[in-house]
Design a protein around this ligand. Structure first.
Ligand SMILES: [Zn+2]
Length: 420
């Protein structure tokens, strides 16, 4: 028995060496490539400068809220291309949020790039379907509110070195703090990733976004994230899509975007039905269910499924210049298409069919399962020296089963990260 216990100890040590932080087997952790990515401060500074240069189209304000000593200032940029003479009814109001999760830096870079295209500081040459000389006309009557960095405090933590942090400055996941199905916990609930807060809208950032949804009353909402490539519509808290006309519009729009801009490679469907887990208390479910935003989406703009779960920067953000440029350009193109086509789709509900080229691609199921399979790897690295174990063979086999169970549960814990 003594020999067996020593042996068991050795196996456990080996497991720790496979997964421990200090091991020579530990995968490298990618730092933030500062040549590609702005710091929090420099990104906000650039946006401010852009607003100054284009004060005819852009304005910026900082929305402030606090709760129990935790205060935040969230920047909100407004792009206004509506004719002054027109009434509010003819405006197309679109609300976008970027950087709700701190570690998803690429989304905030996309916000900046999109604003620079809207002000024509960046060329539209390579963007599908747009006449670079007629952007203003293409986007007639568009009023856009862009929150370029919703989770400013969480972003500070990431830049201070906590590259896996997705929550806000006091540990709450801002995409679980909303009231639709708030606080429900799935079996795989991970408090580190998904802490929903003390109550719905306990967090100032969520309060600000809710206030914005009420005062602005958008026709389209997009919550921009990274971790995978996907175009999601409600629901996140159940694995179905809503019924009715607007749900058909949303599907049609997403399939169109996927086909035209991403060669059908994005996952399309309800968040809850596609991502591999249900998410409760999300912003997009609230925007659709409660704020009644007819077209409510979550876009996941980039992910590297081959990255180690500890290498968070690489998992959620491109790390080379070519991929970085491709991602921001492709998604800017998709957004511009949506800005133009979304209001048209809403206006002509009865003639939705045929406005987009017909697409078959429900397609992408199984992608996540494939990834998860890959994650259950490397049991064959354990070698047990069976000849020494004859006496305790039965006990040993039982222990193996136990260890395998522990090993697998550790893998799934360390490998799994939330996207939405
Ligand atoms: Zn996210």
């Amino acid at each position: 028995m003594f020999v067996f216990l020593i042996f068991l100890g050795a196996i456990l040590q080996r497991l720790d060496s496979v997964h421990g932080d200090n091991s020579s087997f530990a995968p490298p952790i990618t730092p933030i490539p500062r040549d590609l990515y702005h710091s929090r401060g420099s990104l906000l500074k650039e946006i401010n400068a852009l607003v100054d240069r284009h004060s005819d189209k852009l304005t910026i304000e900082f929305a402030r809220a606090s709760n129990k000593g935790y205060a935040v200032d969230v920047p909100v940029v407004t792009y206004n291309n509506a004719k002054k003479t027109e009434k509010n009814d003819s405006q197309h109001r679109i609300l976008l949020s970027f950087g709700q999760h701190g570690r998803e830096l690429i989304t905030t870079e996309l916000a900046l790039h999109l604003l620079s295209i809207l002000t024509e500081e960046h060329s539209l040459d390579r963007i599908f379907g747009f006449d670079p000389t007629a952007l203003g006309k293409d986007l007639e009557n568009l009023v856009l509110k862009v929150v370029p960095m919703e989770n400013v405090k969480g972003r500070e933590l990431v830049e201070a070195g906590d590259l896996c942090e997705r929550r806000n400055g006091r540990g709450v996941d801002l995409n679980r703090n909303w009231s639709v199905d708030w606080g429900k916990k799935e079996k795989d609930y991970d408090p580190y990733e998904e802490n929903p807060g003390a109550a719905p809208f306990s967090e100032p950032e969520a309060q600000i976004m809710r206030m914005l949804s009420k005062s602005f009353n958008p026709h389209i909402w997009v919550n921009v994230h990274s971790g995978m490539e996907a175009l999601f519509m409600p629901y996140d808290h159940k694995n179905t899509t809503p019924d009715g006309v607007t749900a058909q519009l949303m599907k049609s729009m997403l399939k169109g975007l996927n086909h035209h801009h991403f060669k059908d490679r994005c996952l399309v469907g309800s968040g809850g039905g596609s991502v591999g887990y249900l998410a409760h208390g999300t912003t997009t479910d609230y925007m659709y269910e409660i704020a009644k935003v007819p077209l409510s989406f979550t876009f996941e703009i980039y992910g590297d499924p081959s990255a180690s779960s500890k290498d968070c920067f690489k998992m959620f953000n491109p790390v080379d210049a070519v991929t970085f440029q491709r991602v921001v350009n492709e998604w800017c193109g998709a957004f511009l298409t949506m800005f133009k086509a979304g209001p048209e789709l809403l206006r002509s509900t009865n003639t939705t069919e045929g406005r987009w080229i017909s697409i078959d691609g429900d397609s992408v199921e199984g992608l996540l399962e494939g990834n998860n399979k890959e994650k259950g790897k490397k049991m064959d690295g354990l070698e047990f020296g069976m000849s020494e174990m004859r006496t305790y063979f039965r006990l040993f086999m039982l222990s193996c089963v136990l260890l395998m169970f522990m090993f697998c549960s550790r893998i799934s814990k360390t490998k799994f990260r939330q996207m939405l």
